[in-house]
Design a protein. Structure first.
Length: 381
């Protein structure tokens, strides 16, 4: 399911913005401590020391209010951002009155970075540019001359605000795009699992009813026709499904014996399993998938060769991989039949066999001819 929210405004983007404001809270404390220390060091330069103390206390108080205000998204209103910038501009404009005509440095100093970066984070590069221009004009308004040092500070404000805003926009957009990609990947994986599960059960039964109905004729033929229609409709639904919510899958990390799991197939199918004498231990989830792959191969044998047609399964275990071979002595698969099945939406080979092998990081190779059909499945351990 796709989101209608523009890129950079989704839940992932808001999470990134939250983290940026938490980082900004730390920066606010640092620049506040710097401003307090510098004002104490330059206390002798204040024409009105009391006003200097009051201005410093205002910075301390507003820093606490700003950290609290920006902590929750619901409190990040335009009013908070405007007041934040207004506090910085006011302290800049009051600096000559507090320090006197001989003022060299403003009272807030780098403390104004808090408001600048807040605008950049929340309103991206446009907010950074607007706040930068306002702060630069306020700083210019209180100076009689523009020194090289002052020019450097103003240049950094004008460039830094939009740059930080642009970077914030990029981060939030990438977060949203990654979130969408992860959801799409989860949906695609779930669709593949669903398709395999349906193919291994429901679609096989419907296909069997359709074939048997056509063979028996009469009323049963009508039942077969209906089964065929439902099979086609179900295949179409699987192909067209846009999204599903991936369920929370259990993390089956316990090791199990693949040899034992495959040997149990001999009790329910006409198959001979040849495997090593010692256990072949793999993760439980991997064992389940490999058994399902073999089951899908045997389903194809029963469907296309015969319900009682014999098959052989060979398991070989190596240090870095396991190899499975599933063989029958049927007539083989005609050339082009697999491509035709894929175009028709039949997912037995592409999903139940190859799809499972690929998800396990392995491969599934088909060999077929007049001698029969053999699948070779190789999966890393």
């Amino acid at each position: 399911m796709t989101s209608s929210a523009p890129p950079g405004t989704g839940p992932a983007a808001l999470a990134v913005e939250d983290r940026l404001f938490r980082a900004l809270a730390v920066l606010r404390v640092i620049v506040l401590l710097n401003a307090v220390a510098l004002n104490l060091y330059r206390a002798g330069n204040f024409a009105h020391p009391g006003a200097g103390v009051a201005a410093t206390l205002v910075m301390v108080g507003w820093t606490a209010v700003a950290i609290w205000g920006y902590h929750q998204p619901v409190r990040r209103t335009p009013a908070l951002l405007v007041v934040d910038l207004a506090m910085a501009v006011s302290l800049l404009l009051l600096s000559p009155a507090i320090k006197g005509a001989a003022m060299q440095a403003t009272v807030p100093g780098f403390w104004v970075m808090g408001a600048l970066l807040a605008w950049a984070v929340h309103w991206r590069w446009v907010g950074g540019l607007v706040a930068g221009v306002v702060l630069a004009l306020a700083d210019l308004a209180v100076r009689d001359t523009l020194t090289q040092a002052n020019y450097g500070n103003l240049f950094l404000i004008l460039v830094g605000g939009p740059l930080v805003g642009f970077m914030c926009a990029s981060l939030t957009r990438m977060a949203d795009e990654r979130d969408v990609a992860e959801r799409a990947a989860a949906a695609a994986a779930e669709r593949a699992r669903l398709a395999r599960a349906v193919h291994d059960g429901v679609l096989q039964v419907l296909a069997l009813v359709q074939r048997r109905g056509a063979e028996l004729g009469g009323d049963v033929a009508e039942l077969g026709r209906l089964a065929g229609e439902q099979e086609a409709a179900l295949r179409t639904l699987i192909r067209r499904q846009d999204a599903v919510v991936a369920p929370a899958l259990a993390d089956d990390r316990a090791e199990r014996d693949l040899t034992d799991a495959l040997s149990r197939l001999e009790a329910v199918r006409p198959v001979t399993v040849a495997a090593p004498a010692e256990p072949v231990l793999l993760r439980g989830a991997t064992v389940d998938e490999l058994v399902a792959v073999v089951g899908a191969c045997l389903d194809n044998v029963a469907t296309h060769v015969g319900a009682d047609a014999p098959a052989w399964v060979l398991l070989e275990a190596f240090g870095d991989r396991v190899e499975l071979s599933v063989r029958d002595e049927g007539p083989g698969i005609p050339a082009g039949r697999l491509d035709e099945a894929a175009r028709e939406g039949r997912l037995g080979v592409s999903e139940s066999i190859r799809g499972r092998a690929l998800e396990l990081g392995g491969t599934a190779t088909l060999h077929t001819g007049s001698y029969g059909t053999e699948w070779e499945i190789v999966v890393p351990r």
